[in-house]
Ligand binder design. Structure first.
Ligand code: ADP
Ligand code: MG
Ligand code: ZN
Length: 647
């Protein structure tokens, strides 16, 4: 690839050769044409003969150029002929006396070369035109060759998108997303006044990773941080790097960071970082490809600038799971902000923002639209209002009515992913109790981290999620902790069974994880009393094929059966323990579930308040019950995320 570049360039010149020849040939042709057009085809003797036979009526001779213009006597058309006299003095000698005696009208044009100029004028113009044409052609050729070299050899200037537009984006433009804004406001403070932080020796994160599905406002948030702090915003997309020749991506990264440093405090925004930040060596063929070089350069740059240089790198992705772990190390993107689907209040706020400048009919209730659009992102909602406006315009209305909005909602839902499936109230209720089961179990188990957020807004493959965050770093998990983790994982299934007397497919992911943990406790950590502290199977995690394929069985069938029965026992015990907890706290389970049905989401503080009886499910933010059909994943499967990273 690299070696070919040089010969490629010289061959490219050859390719342009025909274009070079065209003007030269044209020029030659025109010279020949202009030459023949001005000279008479007659010979000198024929001209002299005309004079001798007294056939010339009048003539004009330019004495310097020798251009002879004459008229013939018996010529009804009265044409003018032209002849270039090769030797003026000889000609005069030959004809002057004859002309005088024959009474021919003659005129000698002394010296002025005006006739010569006029005769040359067309060719001069043509030459100039051709030269201009050639100049442009060369320039274009040059340009294309230059850009080629740009790409290959890499005068790689970072293509920095609009540092600042006329309209500054601020946090006011980002509706809902209060938690996200709060997490980012620290960055704003720092960018506004880096000195203050530097003097106190406070360490501000160099890199912040915005994680969330497309259209949830990651780019918007990053811009808003820059707008709030009033600092330059340098943005580049990871996908820009993908189709590049070797070395260019890296040099663009270098350039980008250089520019940002020059104008610090500033923000670098790397959109779609997963396009470059993919796990190294995970690509086809492995080795050092362009992407890897770009990523390495990114890491080098991030390590290269000091903690408080005033440049903050914000990156966005919807695939944090495939990112190279090196990116997430301390001093790089060590801070993650999850940008989730907006809840019902968020959706109302977003609709309010985007309905500005769109006249709404009195029958339009934004809260009602928000209720009906579970699982819509900010981008979806913006799209929805736009579609509605288009519909209203087509119908010749002066304002958007509820009818247009409802039609547009269907259009957007069909147009976007199938995730916006409509599901029934029962499914919503089921998800709510399921998640409440996880959350309530978590609350009553001392080893478990506090619940950070519970949501029944469908997310990716999950119908809902319960997220808990560790309060402190833990190096090891205790046996007790793992057992209680099992109880939490089973919470969803147990709640379903208690409340509905029936169970659903929604817990499959939970059960899978619970089984894994139980099995690992027995075979990997030697935590069961029956089998003792023995490791079964050589579980070598570093093997290429992946964990599951690599464990080799080094025990007998009887032991295998024993392992299975012990694993089963652990799960059953956890299930029973969970049943006791949830039955004892049935009131809390119901309260949390009811709250979720109405609000779709519950945060850390509200959850704690609810559990401690400081708040009742009735005192929630939205009045009235939700009877709108709400979209969600059809299988209502679910996940329990145990730390911030998981989505
Ligand atoms: P992402 O980068 O996460 O894919 P964007 O930031 O590009 O999403 O959002 C796309 C558009 O959706 C934005 O330009 C904005 O108009 C709208 N949008 C998304 N989230 C919000 C929000 N919270 N408030 C207002 N508008 C939003
Ligand atoms: Mg974006
Ligand atoms: Zn679950």
């Amino acid at each position: 690839m690299e070696n070919n570049n040089n010969s490629n360039n010289s061959r490219r010149w050859l390719r342009y050769l025909p274009y070079l020849l065209i003007p030269i040939i044209l020029l030659a042709a025109i010279w020949m044409y202009t030459d023949s057009s001005t000279s008479d085809t007659k010979s000198y003797y024929e001209i002299i003969e005309l004079f001798e036979n007294d056939e010339i009526q009048e003539y004009t001779l330019n004495l310097s150029s020798g251009s002879l213009v004459y008229k013939l006597k018996d010529d009804s058309a009265n044409l003018t002929y032209q002849y270039d006299v090769p030797n003026v003095s000889l000609f005069l000698e030959d004809v002057h006396e004859i002309a005088k005696t024959n009474g021919v009208e003659y005129n000698y044009d002394a010296g002025s070369s005006s006739s010569w100029l006029t005769s040359m004028l067309p060719s001069i113009i043509m030459t100039v035109v051709l030269l201009v044409l050639m100049y442009y052609m060369f320039r274009r050729m040059n340009n294309s060759i230059m850009s080629e070299t740009n790409r290959t050899i890499g005068f790689g200037k970072a293509r920095v998108k609009g540092k600042d537009d006329k309209h500054k984006t601020t946090f006011d433009d980002v509706a809902g997303a209060d938690e996200e804004k709060e997490e980012l406001s620290e960055l704003v403070e720092f960018l506004k006044n880096p000195k203050k932080f530097q003097e106190l020796g406070a360490r501000i994160p160099k890199g912040v990773l915005l994680v969330g599905p497309p259209g949830t406002g990651k780019t918007l948030l990053a811009k808003a941080v820059a707008g709030e702090a009033d600092v330059p915003f340098f943005s580049i997309s990871g996908s820009d790097f993908v189709e590049m020749y070797v070395g260019v991506g890296a040099s663009r990264v270098r350039d980008l960071f250089q520019q940002a440093k020059k104008e610090s405090p500033s923000i670098i925004f790397i959109d779609e970082i997963d396009a470059v930040g993919r796990h190294r060596g995970a690509g086809m063929g492995g080795g050092h490809d362009e992407r890897e070089q770009t990523l390495n350069q990114m890491l080098v740059e991030m390590d290269g600038f000091g903690v408080n240089d005033g440049v903050i790198v914000i990156a966005a992705t919807n695939r944090p799971d495939i990112l190279d772990p090196a990116l997430l190390r301390p001093g790089r993107f060590d801070r993650q902000v999850t940008v989730g689907y907006p809840d019902i209040n968020g959706r109302t706020a977003i609709l309010r923002v985007h309905s500005k400048g769109k006249p709404l009919a009195p029958d339009v209730e934004l809260e009602k639209i928000a209720q009906q659009t579970v699982g819509f992102t900010g981008a979806d909602l913006e799209n929805l209002l736009n579609e509605a406006a288009l519909l209203a315009a087509r119908r010749g209305y002066r304002a958007i009515t509820m009818a247009e909005i409802e039609e547009a909602a269907v259009k957007v839902m069909v147009g976007t992913e199938k995730r916006s499936h409509k599901i029934s109230d029962e499914d919503k209720k089921l998800t709510a109790y399921h998640e409440a089961g996880h959350a309530v179990a978590t609350f009553y188990l001392p080893t478990q981290d506090p619940v950070r957020q519970v949501s029944i807004i469908p997310r990716g493959m999950a119908g809902g999620y319960t997220m808990s965050v560790p309060t402190e770093d833990k190096l090891y998990k205790s046996k007790n902790g793992m057992l209680e983790e099992l109880v939490v994982l089973l919470g969803g299934r147990v709640a379903e069974s208690i409340v509905f007397g029936d169970i659903s497919t929604g817990a499959s992911n939970d059960l899978e994880r619970a089984s894994d943990i139980a099995r690992q406790m027995v075979t990997k950590y030697g935590m069961s009393d029956e089998l003792g502290p023995i490791v079964f199977g050589s579980g070598n995690d570093e093997v290429f094929l992946g964990r599951d394929y690599s464990s080799v069985r080094n025990y007998s069938e009887t032991v295998a059966a024993k392992i299975d029965s012990v694993v089963g026992e652990i799960i059953t015990n956890a299930y029973n323990r969970c049943t006791v907890i949830l039955k004892t706290h049935m009131d809390k389970l119901t309260e949390v579930a009811e709250y979720l049905i109405k609000n779709e989401k519950i945060g850390e503080k509200d959850f704690a308040d609810l559990m401690e009886g400081k708040m009742s499910a009735e005192s929630n933010k939205i009045e009235g019950s939700v009877n709108a059909e709400s979209p969600a994943k059809p299988d209502g499967s679910d996940e329990t995320a145990n730390d911030l990273g998981e989505v």
